[in-house]
Design a protein around this ligand. Structure first.
Ligand code: ZN
Length: 457
């Protein structure tokens, strides 16, 4: 009966998967949703067949990029992987990826299952997949979460990982909320960043989690890499950054990437910019170590890493260099701002703020990003998107001279204006929220400038 139920769920899910593809709307979680209605244990039945086990990646920022990097490491070593690479990271998205890779009779032939998982979905996904590794990258406030919500997310993840007694936990030791997850009885491995050369922490750095989770006292930092990540300790000794199993000293090379000198020898030239990507890459390298994969192969795959869809794209348009950098929450926005600041020549700026569901319908999160730091970098600024006025107001309070800023709601016109007013040979930084990024890519694709969404996903 249980097998019949699985086959029926797979049949319906696969038909729906094909139908969704034919309609051209790729990356849907709908087949998984329907299949789970017919067989709620589908993800368990399929994922547990992978001989190498299941790997789950969660955290606020960098899940997609980390999962892509680890997938490249695994496939580079010759393994086959089931991966929810279209980014639908709830249980239904996991089910969609699994049913797509399964035979009609419920056979999976992959070596590994690799899923990026939304923080709130981790308990359900972990319960079904009984993962071999669980990797947690960081916990930040996402847009309008309050600090209390961040703590309840941490508790939820903690409870879920403690139930997985057999799993190895890969934790970012730099994040006090992440490093305290799980129990001392579990196999826990930590990664972190040492002495972040080339980065500076401003007074206005957004800090999400700075209190000792046990006594509530403010944590002391010996060094900080960004936001609340760093080498911390509670003044009363309750917690401190754990001993790191893998650490690296980074040298930032702006948008070109970051060189990482690894603890224990060796180095890695990561072609993705910023300390946040450096931290993700270290987590992936630690995962490769934990799986017993050769270090050389993992480093080689990471040195060819590419940013996830829309996170960072570089185009040349009419002899101007154009960077597309997604913004989605205060910490991520501030990281993008710091990247732009790391470019010695600076450039022009275009900000596109939408408030559709996928962007977050309340745009007040932009007040928590450190826009003040951009003032000295941007020569000309264009603001666009549905909520362009809100961005303009934010810039006013960040000390910008509004007479230097052009407001144009229409994305295409705004983009054309921004390109036109950037001198030949100079750089334009375009910072869109998610749906503004999708629209912008459509416009660029129509002009033959970027690969179409489906090809890129
Ligand atoms: Zn304490």
């Amino acid at each position: 009966m249980s097998r019949l139920r699985l086959i029926l769920a797979l049949l319906c899910g696969k038909l729906l998967y094909t139908a969704v593809r034919l309609r051209g709307s790729g990356g849907s979680a709908l087949p998984g949703l329907v299949a789970l209605r017919l067989d709620p244990r589908l993800a368990a039945k399929l994922s547990r067949q992978a001989a190498g086990g299941t790997i789950l990646i969660t955290g606020t920022n960098g899940k997609t990029t980390s999962a892509r990097m680890l997938s490249a490491v695994l496939t580079g070593g010759g393994a086959t992987v089931v991966h929810n690479e279209d980014g639908s990271n709830l249980l239904r998205g996991v089910a969609s990826a699994l049913l797509h890779s399964s035979s009609l009779f419920g056979k999976i032939s992959a070596d590994f299952c690799l899923f990026e998982v939304d923080e709130a979905s981790l308990p359900a996904v972990a319960e079904q997949t009984e993962p071999r590794l669980i990797m947690v990258g960081n916990l930040f406030r996402d847009q309008l979460d309050r600090y209390g919500e961040l703590l309840s997310t941490a508790k939820l993840i903690d409870k879920a990982v403690k139930r997985q007694k057999e799993a190895t936990l890969l934790l970012n030791g730099d994040d006090p909320l992440v490093a305290t997850l799980g129990s001392a009885k579990q196999r826990r491995l930590f990664w972190g960043i040492d002495g972040a050369a080339g980065s500076e922490i401003g007074e206005d750095e957004p800090m999400d989690s700075i209190d000792c989770p046990i006594c509530g006292k403010r944590l002391e930092y010996r060094s900080r890499s960004y936001a609340h990540l760093g080498d911390y300790r509670c003044p009363d000794g309750h917690i401190a950054r754990p001993k790191l199993d893998l650490a690296a000293t980074p040298t930032l090379h702006g948008l070109k990437g970051t060189k990482l000198a690894l603890s224990g020898g060796g180095s890695l030239m990561l072609p993705l910019p910023g300390l946040y990507n450096a931290s993700n890459a270290l987590g992936v390298l630690l995962a490769a170590d934990a799986l017993g994969l050769p270090r050389d192969g993992a480093v080689e795959a990471l040195e060819k890493a590419r940013a996830a869809f829309g996170r960072l794209e570089v185009l040349t348009i009419d002899n101007r260099r154009v960077y597309l950098l997604l913004i989605k929450n205060p910490t991520g926005f501030t990281q993008v701002i710091d990247l732009i600041r790391s470019e010695p020549r600076g450039g022009n700026l275009m900000l596109a703020l939408n408030d559709n569901f996928a962007d977050g319908t309340d745009v007040s999160w932009i007040w928590d990003a450190s826009l003040e730091r951009l003032r000295t970098v941007a020569t000309r600024t264009t603001v666009s998107g549905i909520r362009a006025e809100d961005m303009l107001l934010r810039l006013k309070y960040a000390g910008y001279d509004l007479s230097d800023i052009v407001l144009e709601h229409d994305l295409e016109s705004a983009f054309q204006h921004a390109v036109r007013t950037t001198p030949t040979g100079e750089t334009l930084f375009v910072l869109p929220t998610y749906t503004a990024m999708l629209s912008l890519r459509k416009i660029l694709a129509a002009q033959g400038r970027v690969a179409h969404f489906l090809e890129a996903a």
